[in-house]
Design a protein around this ligand. Structure first.
Ligand SMILES: [Zn+2]
Length: 493
């Protein structure tokens, strides 16, 4: 009888590892298989037991501590009798486990014999979920973190405040939950209250879950614009003092935080202090995008602030505000990140040098910021990074107005050709974003995220062309189905 050709391990992986040597034979994972680990990897071995459905004890699968690997680097040696996963750091060992898990999911627990040596191209491999426009449950967020980590992504950017809802508690500001977290919506003819709020214990649970998967969590508090929900609860923080409403439609709203009111900075001090305690990773995102200045032009307090600080116009007032807010983040021991609008109006004033700029309006913001000496994260909406856009230009497809095909994402690079060596040195990595104005349920979020997020993960780890991605399409869809992910299955280009 003709033997089935052995399938190769490279068919089952996204991102593709940097180096694979395929060998004859295979190792089968089943519930009689045992796992051992060096003491440093003990928690990981416990996670491996759960993810691979094995037992602890023997050395069928061995997590070995080895010298000389960089933090995210690992090697994986699969023979017929044993799997040895080597790393110097827990991040690397975790990535090795996820590579093994990908093959197990895609190939019914049969791991072809191989030797893999692997490490990422970029250190910042992120994804963002907007939980203000629509609220997503902690259990869905954890599901998403797990699937993202399976693809070696390592940064979850959590958009927690916007015009349509405020989603985390700040001590002394109870109306953030009772007013700012809810908006009025109409279902048929009946008005109802839509919203949601992450309690401290929800946030702690999500952060711990992410950390076990070697993923940092970056909270975002929008400042000084996109603030309608906050102002509805605390109208004294706006220029006109209200009344304001939590918005129930989409866009850019002229009601923003008053830049002349010291109470705004004292509120932000408390809010950023809360985030700094709840989120133990090094970064806090301060937004900074899409802030109209119309109310500032009319507001005596804002005009006085400009006069007192010799600011020439409202653009400079915004740069002044961003600087104050970035300093608050630093005061609480974290590093600030802002959308590329933070550069606007900063020409004369400058910005704190350790402010990281996230380039979303194309690549220009990133280029400019890097020339000014800021580290940058590339997430341009023009280059396949906006996953709220439709998969295809078709009336049948859900999503926002733009189109981002899988191929568009497969062409993304954080270092485009017009970027010189000096700027490239400032690139931390890249990120895909899911804004959720049109994403009501988690199943829709999954459909828009996958497979583009899997492709994005590969672009940031070990980029491959679209043909290679198409070749691995069926194994990717199988893995995602195993994890109950609702994946887009249409054309890639
Ligand atoms: Zn004002």
């Amino acid at each position: 009888m003709k033997q089935n050709k052995q399938r190769k391990v490279c068919e089952f992986l996204m991102p593709l590892p940097l180096h694979i040597q395929e060998n004859e034979g295979s190792f089968r994972i089943h519930n009689g298989i045992t796992i051992s680990s060096a003491p440093i990897f003990r928690d990981l071995a416990e996670l491996a037991r759960l993810q691979l459905t094995c037992n602890l004890g023997g050395e069928d699968i061995l997590f070995k501590l080895s010298e000389g690997f960089s933090p995210e680097e690992y090697s994986l040696k699969v023979t017929r009798n044993q799997i040895v996963l080597s790393a110097s750091y827990i991040q690397g060992a975790f990535h090795g486990l996820q590579t093994l898990r990908q093959v197990a999911l895609a190939n019914d627990n049969i791991i072809p014999c191989c030797f893999i040596k692997d490490k990422p191209m970029y250190s910042w491999r992120g994804f963002m979920l907007d939980c203000s426009r629509h609220f997503f449950s902690p259990s869905f967020i954890m599901k998403l973190i797990d699937v993202a980590a399976l693809h070696h992504l390592n940064r979850f950017h959590w958009h927690l405040t916007d015009d349509q809802g405020w989603r985390f508690p700040v001590a002394g500001y109870p109306k953030l939950e009772s007013i700012a977290s809810k908006r009025k919506e109409i279902e048929y003819t009946k008005e109802f209250s839509y919203g949601g709020f992450y309690q401290k214990k929800d946030i702690e649970k999500i952060v711990a879950y992410a950390h076990r998967r070697q993923m940092q969590v970056i909270p975002e508090i929008e400042t000084p614009g996109h603030a309608s929900a906050l102002l509805a609860a605390y109208p004294n923080l706006g220029c006109s003092k209200g009344p304001y409403e939590v918005q129930n439609h989409w866009g850019i709203f002229k009601e923003v935080m008053c830049a002349g009111n010291d109470e705004v900075l004292s509120f932000l001090d408390s809010a950023i202090g809360t985030l700094a305690t709840l989120f133990t990773d090094p970064y806090i995102h301060i937004g900074g995008d899409e802030c109209p200045h119309t109310t500032w032009e009319q507001c005596p307090a804002c005009q006085k602030r400009m006069h007192d600080n010799s600011l020439k116009n409202e653009n400079e007032l915004q740069a002044w505000m961003i600087t104050q807010i970035a300093k608050l983040v630093e005061k609480h021991g974290k590093r600030p990140i802002g959308w590329d609008e933070v550069l606007d109006g900063s020409e004369n004033l400058g910005l704190p040098k350790n402010l990281i700029v996230m380039s979303w309006r194309g690549v220009e913001g990133g280029l400019k910021a890097s020339q000014l000496g800021h580290q940058i994260i590339m997430s341009p909406n023009t280059q396949g990074c906006y996953l709220d856009y439709k998969h295809l230009d078709s009336i049948e497809e859900p999503g926002n107005l733009g189109v981002t095909t899988v191929q568009d994402t497969a062409q993304f690079t954080p270092c485009p050709s017009q970027m010189d060596i000096k700027s490239q040195a400032m690139v931390l990595g890249g990120q895909a974003n899911l804004w959720t104005e049109k994403v009501v349920f988690s199943r829709q979020a999954e459909y828009l995220l996958f497979p583009r997020l899997s492709v994005m993960a590969e672009r940031l780890w070990n980029p491959q062309p679209i043909e290679s991605i198409e070749n691995r399409r069926s194994s990717l869809e199988k893995k995602l189905a195993c994890l109950d992910i609702n994946c887009y299955r249409g054309n890639y280009q």
